[in-house]
Design a binder for this molecule. Structure first.
Ligand code: ADP
Length: 327
């Protein structure tokens, strides 16, 4: 292991995700374990540019493993997108004596991290934190499991009212570019249809399926729609379907930001802790420009370049399974 590392910086950036706190805690405690200093930056890259920092020690991360959001707060920072902004950020990192940075966030945050490390040769490690699970190189991102459980819980509740009134609900969940949440939650909550950006389901097929389902005396139907669905927003899709099914009582529910909140699930806490520890160990080993992730149950690494330039594929088998069980 390299022995020059003395002082690590950590930040959370982009969309927040439950489990980010558990990752911060693991970074800080791993630093303490190895006698490294650690500084937190508030509000992502904004805090690096402005020098908005907090010295972190074992005590400062007590009682956060169970909390959603991020104690370091997150922000979208336009200035960091410019070379001048990144120069300011680097100057502050140098002034503080930081010789390695851990960035917890999504692919936008990793693009920024990658630029910083190539332009200024500062070692950077990424930890995937986003509820969307849309990052290449890891089976799961921090926050995905919690968000899934939140969505499934919400759909279960909507179903109670849907069955009481014999209604068809279109429920929109998060997933701008990917249908991981919609597909998994759709299977878990027994959706009749799942509409995701990766798949161009024919609306006529969906209508036929819903008709059959009514004929088989189903009292409620749920169609889960990822917000990035390409054919239009959820209200338009519901309207279009209503034209084909005039006798159906169709309603729309948009789950929105409640999907980001809540205490992280056990799986997210454990994942975040494993990746937090791994990120510091990677810096100690002299590595840079990589993301730590999880693959087949083991911690893995992937170059940040691959993490941001490649797209994770949806499990085709899961789509097939969803088709079978939604009859
Ligand atoms: P996420 O990390 O969740 O994908 P964003 O895409 O909003 O979220 O990115 C978070 C932050 O990362 C941005 O506010 C910006 O500071 C930085 N960032 C994103 N894209 C770039 C880029 N192309 N160049 C430099 N910094 C970037």
């Amino acid at each position: 292991m390299g022995n020059t590392l003395k002082h690590i910086g950590v930040l959370t950036s982009g969309g927040d995700a439950p489990g980010m706190n558990a990752a911060i805690r693991a970074v800080v405690r791993t630093c303490a374990y190895h006698n490294l200093d650690v500084t937190g930056f508030y509000e992502g890259y904004q805090g690096v540019i402005e020098g908005n920092t907090v010295k972190l020690d074992t005590q400062s991360v007590s009682n956060i493993v169970n909390r959603g959001g991020t104690m370091l707060r997150s922000a979208r920072c336009q200035e960091f997108r410019t070379p001048e902004g990144r120069q300011k950020a680097y100057n502050n990192l140098k002034e503080l004596g930081i010789d390695g940075l851990v960035v917890i966030g999504g692919d936008g945050s990793f693009t920024g991290a990658s630029l910083l490390s190539t332009e200024f040769e500062i070692p950077v490690i990424g930890i995937p934190g986003t509820i969307d699970n849309d990052i290449y190189g890891t089976d799961f991102t921090i926050g995905f499991d919690t968000a899934l459980n939140t969505v499934v819980d919400a759909v279960d509740r909507v179903r109670d009212t849907a069955s009481s009134h014999n209604r068809l609900f279109f429920i929109e969940c998060m997933g701008r570019d990917s249908g991981f949440i919609a597909l998994n939650a759709g299977i878990a909550a027994g959706a009749s249809g799942i509409l995701i950006p990766e798949e161009s389901t024919d609306l006529n097929d969906l209508v036929e399926k819903l008709k059959k389902s009514r004929e088989s005396n189903k009292t409620s139907n749920i169609v889960l729609v990822a917000e990035g669905e390409k054919r239009g927003d959820t209200f338009q899709l519901a309207e279009e379907t209503q034209k084909h099914l005039p006798n159906y009582d169709i309603r729309v529910s948009v789950l929105g930001h409640l999907q980001r909140g809540g205490n992280p699930s056990c799986a997210d806490r454990v994942l975040a802790t494993r990746l937090g520890v791994a990120s510091v160990e990677q810096l100690m080993a002299g590595n840079s420009s990589i993301m730590v992730g999880i693959h087949n149950g083991s911690v893995c690494t992937v170059s940040i370049h691959d993490a941001i330039s490649r797209k994770p594929g949806l499990d085709r088998n899961l789509m097939h399974i969803a088709e079978i069980v939604s009859l």
